[in-house]
Design a protein around this ligand. Structure first.
Ligand code: 13P
Ligand code: SF4
Length: 323
């Protein structure tokens, strides 16, 4: 809270005449930094990034970068993943409060208890979790490789899947594997209203419904295509349809508009008339905070080395299994 207040104060002191875009590009050169951004970031941040991707692509990019500094325009677990892979690099996150409801709803001590109640099971954790959870997990997955990873687990081995029950249930359906599920969910993807989407479909009969697997079953069962943010983008680019109802965080629409010009994109509506289809954590990052974190070389993401080493093993296993 004190940190938040002091950041707000510093932001108000930024010279309004400053061209933030130019300053960020200048700092990027000075620091030999790379800016990695997730698709849910504000468009102006995406436009400045060296690389925009889904969680898997961002981790793969963080693994191979030779920059000295990684500036992560995303949420905390993503920057933490970059730090797990790069213990000797400076990893900056514009706002340390950029969390994730999935990571917050799955404390490592409770998950460990659940794991111990199911001996002989392997624990597959969705990358949207803390480093502490990664450290007690056997394998990490993302929405783009979860099916591929579960399919590689021997049939006679029990699986615990955490923390996203919606992604987990979708993977169970796709693979036919039973999994013991942690009951977590994404506050953004759970907000989409199946009823309102149905009404939209009536108004736009030619529109295809595309959805992220973090959405609830009622939405997923009517979807024409389900996939990670990068696969949704790819679907819009390559599919012959001209209209799409997009059931994921609307930040992705920016790249869809750029890469598939002329296609009509309709963001899926939330239950109430709020803006709760926008991820409040992702949107904590602003151009001002991006500039400040690079200028001040903080906030920095740090990790206990013992936890990092353990988390590295489950993450590395995922990277190997996704090849
Ligand atoms: P992907 O970008 O991996 O599809 O994940 C979406 C998400 O919710 C990230 O927090
Ligand atoms: Fe977490 Fe959902 Fe935000 Fe992704 S969209 S960071 S899963 S709260």
């Amino acid at each position: 809270m004190t940190e938040t207040l002091s950041t707000e104060k510093t932001i108000s002191k930024i010279d309004p005449a400053l061209n933030l875009r130019q300053e960020i590009l200048k700092l990027k050169k000075e620091l030999n930094a790379v800016i990695l951004a997730h698709y849910y970031q504000e468009s102006e941040i995406q436009d400045l990034a060296d690389f925009i991707g889904d969680s898997l692509q961002l981790a793969q990019n963080a693994e191979k970068t030779d920059a000295d500094v990684i500036v992560f325009a995303g949420v905390h677990f993503m920057a933490e993943t970059a730090k797990i892979l790069n213990p000797n690099k400076l990893v900056l996150l514009p706002d340390l409060n950029a969390g994730c409801s999935l990571a917050e709803g799955c404390p490592a001590d409770l998950l460990l208890k659940f794991k111990n109640q199911n001996p002989g099971h392997i624990l597959i954790s969705y990358i949207n979790c803390s480093a502490d959870v990664k450290a007690i997990s056997d394998i990490i997955c993302t929405s783009s490789n979860a099916v591929k990873i579960v399919e590689q687990i021997p049939k006679d081995t029990g699986i615990i899947f955490a923390p996203d029950k919606n992604l987990g249930n979708w993977v169970m359906k796709k693979t036919g594997r039973e999994m013991k599920m942690w009951q977590g969910a994404c506050i953004v993807h759970e907000t989409f209203s199946a009823k309102k989407i149905f009404e939209l479909k009536l108004k736009h009969p030619n529109a295809k419904l595309i959805a992220h697997p973090e959405c609830e079953e009622q939405v997923l069962k009517n979807a024409d295509f389900i996939g990670s943010t990068s696969s949704l983008l790819n679907f819009v680019i390559t599919d012959s349809s001209k209209e799409f109802i997009v059931a994921t965080e609307p930040g992705i629409l920016h790249q869809m508009e750029l890469k598939a010009p002329g296609k009509k994109l309709i963001p899926a509506p939330p239950e109430s008339s709020c803006a709760c289809n926008e991820c409040p954590y992702m949107k904590l990052n602003t151009l001002e905070k991006l500039y400040l974190c690079m200028r001040n070389k903080k906030p920095e993401v740090t990790l206990d080395e013992e936890i990092r080493k353990k988390a590295y093993l489950s993450l590395k296993r995922m990277l190997e299994m996704s090849k």
